[in-house]
Design a protein around this ligand. Structure first.
Ligand SMILES: [Zn+2]
Ligand SMILES: [Zn+2]
Length: 426
């Protein structure tokens, strides 16, 4: 940021970039960052209570009523304007804290759904606490800034219930288009990182229909749907050999129905596949090929096939300017964080509905390390790790990084502009 002759006089270029934002100099940005960090420290006890309550009351996706009630009440008590039942989703919400003038809208995302059997084995209780903490901390300095800070509650990330992958539903309804940047964190046992990629995923269901017949006395009168399914299963797996290596193709499937008795030729068999890739365009092509495998198998066996293809989650669209900003706010706290360049080149392992947010607006996630390496994800051990001192310390660091990023983006409009430009051109 350039020097100004007299304080409060914005330099030319900044006026052009964002006329609605009053210029704030670098020292002020540091002061604001310090203020939000102090606020987060002050909230530690309360954030621990929030994380504990959600941890002790695990709710499956689309049913996170207790968590939603606690989080929205907390935000309301801290001066946020809260919209419940966001877009008709019972456990989604949007809480807004406004600055002194209109301006950019930056969002921190909360998740709070648990897993069957292992409770908060994905540590979403910490995601919720961090989003609340970061949002509240940022709201404390909003009187000095223009724009809005949003805390958005996004249910059912683990894909349960009628609002499974709610960020996708929100994307389809255009919700993210009205937001200038979205950030969040996720607990893990592997490493501290910002800028991880994720895999887009489609599900493909193949339902084969044949003709039952006596398997010994009149096999010639039957059409074996299981044989068609088996052939489709094999053909789909053979696609792997021609997979583009840089596109991280993953195909995983099962035969979920394959007949009822061995002496009856099955007239119904079903294959369920997941197809993933880090390249969304390539992924669609591969899904078409999977469909051809099913059609070919049905043709060969004289069966019929009904296909149901569904795009579940998009892959993560990386936004380097945003990644660098969030990364720096971890680094400045002395965190031993993986170099972002290494992370963005790393192999994407999983899929998330945050990918769909990233396709609509500049977004980046971050990983906080809450447990010793080797602690499996989606496990009781990780759920327990979320409430250890190590887990809570990591959550506080992450909350500060998120809060600092929120105010930095509002205080330095050229950073948001850069993120927007990058989003448009990549
Ligand atoms: Zn998970
Ligand atoms: Zn998760």
């Amino acid at each position: 940021m350039g020097e100004s002759d007299s304080r409060g006089q914005p330099p030319e270029n900044n006026i052009r970039l964002a006329p609605y934002l009053e210029w704030i100099d670098l020292a002020d940005v540091w002061r604001l960052k310090e203020a939000v960090c102090k606020s987060v420290d002050g909230q530690r006890r309360r954030l621990t209570e929030i994380a504990r309550y959600i941890h002790d009351n695990p709710e499956l996706g689309s049913e996170e009523f207790k968590a939603c009630e606690l989080l929205t009440r907390e935000l309301e008590e801290n001066g946020f304007e809260v919209q419940r039942w966001l877009l008709g989703i019972p456990t989604a919400f949007c809480a807004t804290s406004k600055g002194r003038e209109k301006g950019a809208r930056v969002a921190v995302l909360a998740e709070y759904d648990a897993l069957p059997g292992v409770g908060h084995g994905c540590g979403h209780n910490l995601i919720a606490a961090s989003a609340i903490g970061a949002g509240i901390a940022a709201s404390k300095v909003m009187k000095e800034l223009s724009g809005e800070v949003l805390v958005v509650g996004t249910p059912a990330e683990e894909g349960h219930g009628p609002y499974a992958g709610s960020k996708v539903i929100m994307a389809e309804k255009g919700f993210w288009d009205g937001i200038d940047a979205a950030i969040m964190l996720h607990p893990t046992s592997t490493r501290w990182a910002v800028g991880s990629r994720s895999l887009g995923i489609w599900t493909v269901k193949m339902e084969f229909q044949g003709q039952t017949s006596h398997a010994a006395a009149s096999p010639h009168e039957g059409v074996n749907a299981l044989n068609a399914a088996t052939l489709a299963y094999m053909a789909t797996h053979m696609l792997r050999q021609e997979a583009r290596r840089d596109a991280n193709l993953v195909i995983h499937g099962i035969i979920s129905e394959g007949g009822l008795a061995n002496n009856v030729i099955p007239d119904r068999a079903v294959c369920d596949f997941g197809v993933r890739s880090s390249d969304g365009v390539y992924l669609e092509k591969m899904v078409d090929k999977v469909e051809k495998c099913a059609e070919g198998a049905a043709l060969a066996m004289g069966a019929k096939v009904t296909m149901t293809k569904k795009r579940l989650y998009s892959s993560m669209k990386l936004n380097l300017p945003l990644i660098q900003t969030l990364w720096q706010n971890y680094k400045d706290q002395g965190v031993d964080i993986t170099d972002w360049k290494e992370t963005v080149d790393g192999m994407p392992m999983a899929s998330t509905d945050f990918g769909d947010v990233s396709q609509r607006t500049p977004s980046t996630g971050s990983y906080i390390k809450i447990a010793t390496e080797g602690t499996p994800g989606h496990s009781r051990q990780l759920a327990a790790a979320s409430m250890t001192k190590e887990g809570l310390d990591a959550m506080i660091i992450g909350t500060k990084a998120l809060a600092m990023t929120l105010v930095e983006l509002l205080a330095e409009p050229e950073k948001l502009k850069e993120a927007r430009e990058y989003f448009k051109t990549h």
